[in-house]
Write a protein that binds this ligand. Structure first.
Ligand SMILES: Cc1cc2nc3c(=O)[nH]c(=O)nc-3n(C[C@H](O)[C@H](O)[C@H](O)COP(=O)(O)O)c2cc1C
Length: 352
């Protein structure tokens, strides 16, 4: 038997930067990238990023401490800066000295400055070359480049084109996201100039992922074309599973009065002053108010699909890669398989 070199470990600029053994990341996914999944990814040699979107600062602190109980490996904390409370969660991540902070949808210079003071690394999520250049100037250590295929907020350009475009625009290490689900995808991403992949849809379909069993069954039955991409669900271009509920939720943009009504419900839930948010917001910042309302309403729909398996009211964020998935392995099994596939792919290419 020919001895193949071990596929268990693969080092790239990203693995060296983040101190991990495999160029495989789990991106922040609300209600899914929980301490258990994040730790499972770390223990399997990758880097998991805790989703803090639906968490208060106290819950974020508790979640970071829980990850540290479950693993001694590096992990990340994700902050979607446009969401209410995200800056406070980023400050908690700094206080707890999270090894990696991943920010998206905002300016992260202050995050990079604070993280670098204790030796933390910063990963900026970008969807355009312009954002990539700006993130580099703001002190990011690496970029998470999210293509059109991705679940949730992928850009308008596919990974196949976006990754090499950003490779030309920036010298930072790149984690490619959007459409990656196996070893062939990993090798393709490396060939395009990336240094690792983040797999959201694929890792949502693992045993450690808390996605409801009904929803996992639905994903197994869907093909690559069974998604919707709309700006009407949460106010940003967003990819979700094609279901009647998702079609209803993305049929038309939210008007100002329903936005004020929903924003007050969100404000109540988050302990913010209701009148100031609803009436003050309607008069002074109607766009910001609408965005807050959309995020708030979307967050509840996302929770219903993930935690309750409810697809009457719930909406499932999912990427085109759902059509490449036909099982629900453990994270360790998945990563071992991805590395084997990558090794087989390299051997095949070497024979060309
Ligand atoms: C089920 C699910 C939930 C997600 N939730 C969020 C979220 O709450 N916020 C966010 O910015 N991205 C979210 N994402 C997107 C991921 O962070 C990542 O960009 C995406 O999954 C990468 O593309 P892929 O799904 O093709 O792997 C989610 C992805 C999935 C699959």
């Amino acid at each position: 038997m020919v001895n193949q070199p071990s596929a268990a470990i693969m080092h790239t600029a990203i693995t060296r930067l983040l101190g991990i053994e495999r160029p495989l990341l789990c991106p922040g996914m609300s209600y899914i990238a929980t301490p258990e999944l994040v730790a499972a990814v770390g223990n399997a040699g990758g880097l998991g990023i805790l989703a803090t979107g639906p968490l208060t600062p106290d819950q974020t602190r508790a979640a970071i401490r829980r990850i540290r109980e479950l693993t001694d490996k590096p992990f990340g904390v994700g902050c979607t800066l446009m969401m209410p409370g995200a800056a406070d969660n980023a400050r908690v991540a700094q206080e707890e000295q999270a090894p990696v902070i991943n920010y998206s949808l905002g300016k992260g210079d202050w995050i990079a400055e604070a993280a670098h003071r204790y030796g933390g690394k910063v990963l900026a999520t970008v969807v355009t070359e312009k954002h990539a250049v700006s993130a580099e100037k703001c002190g990011a250590d690496a970029l998470l480049v999210t293509g059109h295929e991705a679940a949730a907020h992928g850009g308008s350009v596919t990974s196949l084109v976006l990754v090499p475009a950003i490779r030309r625009a920036s010298s930072l290490p790149i984690v490619a996201a959007g459409g990656f689900a196996g070893g062939e995808g990993l090798i393709a991403a490396l060939a395009l100039g990336a240094d690792a992949v983040a797999m959201g849809t694929r890792l949502a379909m693992t045993r450690e992922s808390p996605v409801h069993a009904n929803t996992k069954d639905m994903v197994l039955q869907r093909g690559v074309a069974d998604t919707l991409y709309s700006k009407n669900f949460d106010g940003l271009w967003c990819r979700m599973m094609d279901t009647p509920a998702a079609r209803r939720a993305s049929r038309k943009p939210l008007g100002l009065m329903p936005a004020a009504f929903r924003a007050s419900a969100v404000a109540r839930r988050m302990g913010m002053p209701v009148l100031k948010v609803a009436i003050g917001g309607m008069l002074s910042q109607p766009q910001a108010l609408r965005q807050l309302a959309l995020f708030g309403a979307a967050t509840e729909s996302i929770r219903l699909a993930i935690q309750d398996g409810d697809h009457e009211k719930g909406v499932q964020l999912i990427g085109q890669a759902q059509g490449l998935i036909d099982d629900v392995p453990t994270v360790a099994e998945l990563f071992a398989r991805v590395m084997d596939e990558a090794q087989a792919c390299r051997s095949r290419l070497a024979q060309l």
